[in-house]
Design a protein around this ligand. Sequence first.
Ligand code: S3P
Length: 426
Amino acid sequence: VSSVSISRAAKLTGAPVIPGDKSISHRSLILGALAEGRTEVTDLLESEDVRSTARCLSAMGVRLHTEGAVTLIDGIGARGFAPPSDPLDCGNSGTTMRVLMGVLAGRAHRATLTGDGSLVKRPMRRVAEPLRRMGAKLELTGGDFAPLTVIGAPLHGIEYALPVASAQVKTAIIMAALSAEGVTHLRGEIHSRDHTERMLADFGVVVERDDSVISILGGQRLRAARVEVPGDPSTAAFWMGAASLVPGARVQLHGVSLNPTRIGFLRVLERMGARVVTEPTSRAAEPVGRIEVSAQALRGATVARAEVPSLIDELPLLAVIASQAEGRTVVEGAEELRVKETDRLEAVATNLRAMGGSIEVRADGYVIDGPQRLRGARMSSFHDHRIAMAFSIAGLVADGQTTIDDAECVAISYPAFFETLRALTT
Ligand code: S3P
């Protein structure tokens, strides 16, 4: 249980290496395990969450190993998973648990999934419900939570309107659809991050999609692929945000995913008046490019519901940025923040107020009037990596010293965060 202290930054410059995208890293391991043949993943994220996925797959007989920047996965195909003898520990990772629910629903054995104190409080019925319509059998604690048991059963395709814009739910259904009989059609809130849809094409699977429907034919086999994991835009966001606030700052970020379903924060930062330059450098399955941000006076912005999925993980950081911008920032339609690693709306409000800032928290978002003078304070990370990192950035523009308790949770997605922060500011 470690604490980290941060003081006002006199400078912030550099070109930090941005670690691999977390969402794509989870999916590379899972799709690689399901494929026939050896999958080669370059620049897989090394972090606690990704280790949770690797650990669960290993427990079911999947062999993975890393040589330098390359991780090799010996796929065991749809039927090769061995029944796990112990509960599978998903740690803090919602993606691991939810996606594995979909993977395991159509297998011939039973598996119990559990996780840490945060994960066992997060809603899982949103995955169980559509899977049950496909014929799956699942037992959830209290009807909605882990520990949960997936009892393999034969599945059939369904028509389903997604009620929440969640890529984890969408991916779980797509995974189940691959082992189901017939076709699955997804409608409704399908515009969350689309890495699964893009990556499946590389694994030889046909996913049909347009603006309103995603269709997957069951029984398709995955064949091994090569995956190059781009830099994580949600990680890059912390340096983009920091560079937009610290006077005279400038950062360059290379090899970051510019997937349109992920770069809402970049777009909002531009609307706020930040100086942002992006330059696409490659257009493989995932568009990738260079991002440069330098400090500039900011003004408030409005983020409406439709835009929220494209910056869902950046909304705690956006609150910090908004506190330094002239005028009002409004975020609407972001009630999902309440069921992340912690209730991120409450956590943001508690910490911003501890620093002398003010925020109106609503059921589905927040209103912040800036600019506000922040003063250093001692606060909790709420064991949430993105809260720890967002308020470290706040510490860079606050008077005095900011101390974040339980800061080691940054290792969930970005183990080198504090080291990189030091390098950029000294
Ligand atoms: C993720 C999807 C998002 C995001 C999470 C990673 C993914 O969650 O918040 O950090 O990899 O699919 P939801 O799908 O629950 O919105």
